[in-house]
Design a protein around this ligand. Sequence first.
Ligand SMILES: *Cc1c(COP(=O)(O)O)cnc(C)c1O
Length: 619
Amino acid sequence: MVKTAVILAAGMGERIRERTGDHPKGFLLLDGKPLIEHSILKLLDAGIESIIIGTGYEKEAYEELAVKYPEIECVYNADYETTGSMYTLYKLKDVIKEDFLLLESDLIYEKEALNIVISHPCENVILASKFTNSGDEVYIEADDNQYLINMSKDKQVLNHVSSELVGITKLANATFHKLCSYLEKTVKDFHKMHYEEALVSIAKEIAIFVQQESNIVWCEVDMEEHWQRAINFIYPLIKEKENVVQKVNRKILLNPGPATTTDTVKYAQIVEDICPREEAFSDVMEFVADALTAFVANLEDYTTVLFSGSGTAAVESILSSVIRDDALLIINNGAYGERMCKIASAYGLKFYNFISPADQAINLRLLETFIQNSKLKISHIAVVHCETSTGLLNDIESLGQLCEKHHLSLIVDAMSAFAAIPIDMKEMNISYLAASSNKNLQGMAGVSFVVANKEQVESLKNARRRNVYLNLYNQYAHFKATKQMQFTPPVQTLYALKQAIIETKWETIEGRYERYSKSWETLIEGITRLGMKHLVDRKNHSKIITSIIEPSHPNYNFYEMHDFFYERGITIYPGKVDKQKTFRVANIGNISSIDMEKFIDLLEEFLNELKEPNESEKI
Ligand SMILES: *Cc1c(COP(=O)(O)O)cnc(C)c1O
């Protein structure tokens, strides 16, 4: 185990001088404590016993810290104004005597980052993350076995970019000596060298492992924008993660929501009691509403209306509030399209049930002809984005264009697509979109919401009301005026949703869909290998949920299979297609392709037992 840490802290931090004044960057305050001190406390907590700080600019600040922490030793690089980080590191060659962790002084990171590097089996490890788009990234190029090839701030220099440098690295003492002799051998500009360059140059001789962690939360602070992001987003996220007192037993939910959540989302519900009429709670709801809008639209033209309820509440709110005297056309290619017909019929709306095959793309030409020849004037089209009953992904972009051409408004039930499949409401010409807290957002069940075009909701002001609780305009206008829902909000679910949103922002919607897609590929590869088929072909598939044709074996029974998985911590879901016998597997929530591999292994075991039901008895 490494016991020594080295922090490179000689830099002048010129790009953020306005905020730091004449203090080094490491002394920016988070909760009243310098960020370098946060780092020191985490290092000590992780078992580090000696911390060597390479100082330069305003070294006195660090020397003062060394008085408070006897574990710290400062070594001064007097040439800090003209030298690079490798030179500062070189200056430490007489005090570094063993393997060590190398850190930058302006890092804000979660404790787990240290644990990963410290407990890593390789002796030389670079911690890498997904791309942060911070504007000052060091990109990493690694080989197929995850060993370092190259690093650069300039993407063009690299053959391919695999990840981003965090600035937490474990080095063997021998590696450090190689770095030092590389610097000594370099003739030109050797004093300007950065440690990244030195690492790359010795990587040909010494294997340096790149440990890529997509979930580790961190940032570095070089500019004012970084600092704003750090205090408003990164640091709260880290605090939340570090506040989880006890891990909750993890279940793998492969049902289409509520999905597997992170422990941080679960714990975010545990807060002091609050009356939801308080301003502090309005702030939570406003944060949630704005963030949900921003995931799919711009805040000037669109708004989010929150309801207490499961997802269907949002769909019902739209249909029962926005359709006036003209007709609604519902595209029905699965159970959720069918549900919209049921709602329309219950409210006595004029509507067309446009039935389309459950496993094929909508025939847009047929649809257009239908619209042109309809007796009633159609004002709205409603469609399900990802039909959760089959996994079929409907082409909402083309439907948006069709609506534009015929001056119709498009309503999308995006329940099982929102926060995974990227959507741009303006670009796609969507007027109303319904979704909920407990699917790809990875929050708790209980919040249902409508993202709506403001102009269109405003136009409902004088519309005849068919509903009370679910009236879209009333809920919108009340929230706009008071920052309150009309009726009691699901308080704890909203706290969890706020946390889930922050985590979605950290992962990004594109990143989340990439993770989901990888799990889906693992699923499809696995079931194909086991000789099973799925209903919807790849071309029209959402990669969110998959309808799998049930095995034809006479001993097969879905409920037995369900129980087999349930006993092993995995939940699967029955099918929802009339014609074919299917069961469903969703790959949403806080799960990865590793969980999907586990599912496939167990499925193989289950199918083998089906074939030889008496085998175990014989033994
Ligand atoms: C989950 C889902 C809903 C909402 O279902 P609830 O049980 O009310 O949460 C609606 N539409 C689609 C497409 C869904 O996947």
